[in-house]
Design a protein around this ligand. Structure first.
Ligand code: WT7
Length: 643
């Protein structure tokens, strides 16, 4: 279907260079060693490349580095005046509808970014932040979020970015777990034309935590509550700082950052990444998978509050010395053309986004896309959830004009960087199949007894030693959970991804979806347990069950079944539940529907059978109900859920 003559790929050089699958498979450790030597500036070379003490492992032992030195010092003369970051604010300055819309887009060169990072790093030091301290970052998509992350990296502080649309409660949980003493936030930001007051959320979130100082970036100019004891404006803090700050030299295995993500239970897990391995994998995967070229303008549309934004919005493009684009706003606001306008305006060459966005745009038809010049694009990427054939084709034909390859990239917060994808130009590409493991990565698909599944048979996706340098090293302060979640299904030497998958005759991997209680809502990772916890906090709720059901645009959406303590009017209880979820998690977790039910289907031992509830929506056979203690309830719920 992809006609070779039309494609920009593969170039001869790329094809030649990419003869690395075989070599990498022969000796993956040596393969990563070469990439580490080529891609990263080391202060001291490592002594041992890989050490495995299951379920723990280490990479580049004894190596010393600071990731910001590869970004800045390694190439400063050449890159000084090159644009590192393009920032597009949400308000359209041209439009008279926005009286406040004085915001200008910003272009920040590597030289300017370096100065800003050093000044902020010095300011943090002055506030007493030291190597190993945790710093909370609760910022919207503005350049200061990158500056803040890199400033932490510069001085060896561990950043913990919290998605700005998360609620105060969600922020608090993360601040408590990390024990951060500093929080960096903003007065507000723009979303769909509204100013969102972030500072009030931040104030609520820091209550009863160890946070002593709140640094506030002025962004939306909104009125904010001010606490003289804790609050400092970012501007006044960096004003008198010098533009140079020596890099804190880190050990390869020193903690680099913590990012929280959802697992099977209610409590989010602090995924811990380390300096050396993350740097190597982040640099190399970007270079190979997006085939970064010096003039690229790379746009990863994910928010930095999710790992995609960390790795491919910030670190990977900067480690490769290319230009990264950041956009503050919502994708289809004020019109569905907004993203196309941005691609056109900045001549974006690589677009990396999620299937949910593609499906959302497809809903508007193709005409709006045709009005824009998207000819600068040469490569497209997809991430976060399976991309179905329809969305794949829409993306390929309407955005890539049937010329740009699509790299579908599979990875997780835990893996830190992409582990499965077909390389551009090499392929093979098959819509809805993610592709091959990245060179040097060994995967398998296992059945419940640990046997390798034959072609086309569904099983569990696993990663085998030596894994990858960027795979996480633990769950912050929770070694038990680390072992249980990832290293017990198939023993301590096999990384269990929690994804179901199969492979075709060409060995291409198709990801089917999570086999645990994680649901992907518009690409965002949530757990049903987390939602149930939020709902259960409502005083009228006796018990509840949350399941993810298929959705045409968002991939999956949650629906909630609630048994109330005593009957209450629906009009009253439903908005309260919605409010409860917004308060505990944030608007991304809002359910598609809430059903007030008499009872939930349960086994005789009292376990809620979520699987059966889910099947009411997927059209699958309900299966044997005779093991339930209350099979009659299923029929009743079925009547409620079928329109
Ligand atoms: C889960 C991880 C990947 C970084 C952003 C999400 C699903 C991810 C794909 C893909 C099918 C995918 C998996 C995975 N997933 N990429 N290309 N095709 N599914 O990171 O929030 O930690 O979520 O996202 O289910 O386990 P995350």
């Amino acid at each position: 279907m992809i006609r070779k003559g039309n494609l920009y790929y593969p170039t001869k050089e790329f094809q030649k260079a990419a003869q690395l699958y075989d070599k990498a498979a022969e000796n993956p450790i040596k393969f990563w060693e070469d990439l580490a030597n080529k891609g990263i500036l080391w202060r001291k070379k490592w002594q041992k490349t890989f050490v495995h003490k299951p379920p723990y492992f280490k990479w580049f032992l004894g190596g010393k580095l600071n990731i910001t030195e590869t970004i800045f010092e390694s190439n400063l003369v050449a890159l000084k005046n090159k644009v590192a970051l393009i920032w597009e604010p949400e308000p359209l300055t041209e439009s008279p509808e926005y009286p406040r819309g004085k915001e200008k887009s910003r272009k920040i060169t590597y030289g300017e970014l370096f100065s800003a990072v050093c000044r902020f790093a010095n300011a943090l030091k002055k506030l007493g932040v030291k190597k190993g301290d945790r710093v909370g970052i609760y910022l919207p998509m503005i350049p200061e979020v990158v500056i803040a992350m890199l400033a932490c990296a510069r001085i060896g502080a561990i950043h913990c970015v919290v998605f700005s649309a998360f609620s105060p409660q969600a922020l608090k949980a993360r601040l408590e777990d990390t024990g951060a003493k500093i929080l960096i936030t903003a007065d507000g930001y723009f979303r769909r034309g509204q100013v969102i007051d972030l500072k009030t959320n931040a104030d609520e979130g820091v209550k009863k935590t160890k946070v002593k100082k709140i640094i506030i970036v002025k962004r939306a100019n909104n009125e904010i509550p001010w606490n003289k004891k804790t609050d400092i404006w970012y501007e006044s803090l960096v004003k008198n700082q010098t533009k140079s700050c020596p890099a804190q030299i880190m050990d390869s295995e020193d903690p680099f950052f913590i990012l929280y993500t959802s697992g099977s239970t209610g409590k989010p897990k602090g995924v811990l990444h380390t300096c050396g391995g993350y740097a190597v994998q982040t640099q190399a995967t970007g270079k190979w998978i997006f085939d970064f070229q010096p003039n690229d303008v790379f746009w990863c549309t994910a928010d930095v509050g999710w790992v995609t934004g960390h790795t491919y919005g910030v670190y990977s493009p900067l480690l490769n010395g290319i230009t990264s684009l950041m956009f503050e706003g919502a994708p289809d606001w004020p019109t569905p053309s907004r993203w196309c306008q941005i691609i056109e305006k900045y001549r974006v060459t690589i677009l990396y986004t999620a299937p949910t966005a593609i499906r959302m745009f497809a809903k508007y038809g193709e005409d709006f896309v045709k009005k824009h010049d998207l000819s600068s694009l040469r490569l497209l990427g997809s991430v976060g959830e399976p991309i179905d054939e329809t969305a794949w084709l829409w993306y390929f034909q309407n955005v890539g004009k049937s010329k740009c390859p699509i790299v579908d990239t599979w990875w997780q917060t835990e893996t830190g960087g992409i582990l499965i994808t077909s390389l551009p130009g090499l392929g093979p590409f098959r819509p809805s199949y993610t592709g091959l493991p990245f060179p040097g990565i060994k995967t398998d698909i296992l059945d419940d007894r640990g046997r390798s599944c034959p072609v086309n048979k569904k099983g569990n996706l696993v990663i085998l030693p030596p894994f990858s340098p960027g795979l996480f090293r633990g769950i912050y302060k929770n070694p038990k959970k680390y072992r249980e979640t990832y290293w017990s299904q198939y023993g301590s030497k096999i990384y269990f991804t929690s994804d179901g998958a199969l492979r075709d005759k060409q060995d291409l991997i198709r990801i089917i979806g999570r086999v645990d209680d994680v649901i992907k809502v518009a690409g965002h990772r949530l757990s049903t347990g987390e939602l149930e916890n939020a709902v259960n906090k409502h005083s009228s709720v006796s018990e509840c069950a949350v399941v993810g059901i298929p959705d045409k645009i968002k991939g999956e959406v949650p629906v909630i079944f609630i048994v109330l303590k005593k009957t209450q009017p629906e009009e009253k209880i439903k908005p309260e539940i919605i409010g409860q979820i917004k308060k505990e998690i944030g608007p991304i977790a809002l359910p598609k529907e809430i059903y007030l039910v008499e009872d939930l289907p349960k086994t005789r031992s009292g376990k809620i059978m979520r699987r059966i509830l889910k099947r009411l929506f997927t059209g699958e056979e309900l299966g044997d109900l005779s093991t339930l203690s209350n099979p009659e309830i299923v029929e009743k719920i079925k009547k409620m859920t079928t329109p």
